[in-house]
Design a binder for this molecule. Structure first.
Ligand code: UDP
Length: 329
């Protein structure tokens, strides 16, 4: 398949490009490099530098490349920022995504793989989270992803778009060969911040909230390796053949892991202490989110290769220890 990877210079997109190449597909990358890194691009892969809202650039791309499937990773992903600056999230995550979908429709590209999120579930009624639970986001980030999920359903019905939406839990880790990894600016995610604190490159890690109704009082999340996520995106291709297909999958290992457990895993893997301070809860954080991924396992034959937090942190550590300044080094 010839696959357009929107956001292919970003964290999950760049890992997906490597997995596509490994599986014998032909990726093409679209990225505006606002958050993406030139050094994360795969050297042999065609690259178009443009934003999703640049219709002329999208028209040129779709005319030049016969794209079979579009994968869309070019979204903003910070829960806290989305609470403070929701317009930024609506404009990029909703409006720009619709512009991409409109360009696809215009050029007859009918298959779409979408990065959604467990944040669409808000504070779930039940755990682990199955696909059929009600979705009621408690932050604008989750709301923007749910808005796109709903638009996709309507487009599938009205114009025969076939899509899969993957609700990621907490993407983490780095490629096993150590060549690419997580490098956000600003970095707000737990594992890179904890590793940076252990290295003495970053300030002590602040634990956001110790009074949650969880076993140790800190939030429970489901950390899932970025390459495992990527493999699910490719495994779904065969299921998108029929026009109007609408698929939803929750992707996580199913292991609830607390903030303190992540810190302990980082200490074990790095052999260093993580300096920690304890602070208040962060706005928009639900107490516990972890996946029931039985549907992905059953239908896509998906099995996480990195089922536990230590194996995930080990790959992140390999990347951060070799690239303490991320892609800039
Ligand atoms: N967290 C924390 N301190 C930090 C960053 C994150 O305690 O400096 C917590 C956060 O409250 C959440 C978990 O770590 O419970 C994972 O947060 P992250 O930002 O990595 O991912 P999110 O769950 O927001 O997608």
């Amino acid at each position: 398949m010839k696959v357009l990877v929107a956001g292919g210079a970003g964290y999950i997109g760049s890992h997906c490009v490597r997995q596509l190449l490994a599986a014998g597909h032909q990726p093409v990358v679209l990225d505006d490099l606002v958050y993406g890194h030139p050094a994360a691009l795969a050297p042999t892969v065609p690259f178009y530098q443009a934003s999703l809202g640049d219709r002329a650039a999208l028209d040129r791309l779709f005319a030049a490349e016969r794209i079979d499937i579009v994968m869309h990773f070019a979204a903003f992903c910070y829960v806290g920022e989305s609470v403070k600056v929701p317009m930024k999230y609506y404009l990029n995550n909703v409006v720009a995504t619709l512009q991409l979908l409109d360009a696809m429709q215009h050029h007859g590209v009918r298959k779409f793989v979408f990065s959604s999120t467990c944040a669409t579930f808000g504070v779930p009624d039940r755990l682990p989270i199955t696909e059929d639970l009600p979705q009621a986001p408690i932050n604008p980030y989750g709301q923007t992803k749910l808005d796109v999920e709903n638009a996709l359903k309507a487009l599938a019905r009205a114009q025969g778009l076939s899509f899969a939406a993957f609700r990621y839990f907490n993407a983490a880790g780095a490629s096993e060969d150590g060549t690419i990894g997580e490098d956000h600016d600003p970095e707000t995610h737990l594992i890179p911040l904890a590793i940076g604190a252990a290295q003495g490159r970053r300030p002590p890690l602040q634990v956001f909230g110790t009074d949650y109704p969880t076993p140790d009082g800190t939030c429970l999340r489901d950390y899932v390796h970025v390459d495992d996520l990527s493999r699910a995106h490719i495994a779904v291709f065969d299921r998108l053949a029929a026009p109007g297909t609408a698929l939803f999958y929750n992707l996580g290992t199913g292991n609830p892991t607390s903030v303190l457990e992540v810190i302990r895993a980082v200490e074990k893997v790095t052999g260093r202490k993580v300096p920690v301070t304890y602070g208040p809860r962060r706005a928009g954080d639900p107490p516990a989110l972890y996946a029931d991924s039985a549907k992905a396992r059953r239908e896509l034959g998906w099995t996480p290769k990195f089922p536990d937090i230590e194996s995930i942190v080990a790959t992140a550590w390999q990347w951060h220890s070799k690239h303490p300044r991320g892609f800039d080094q």
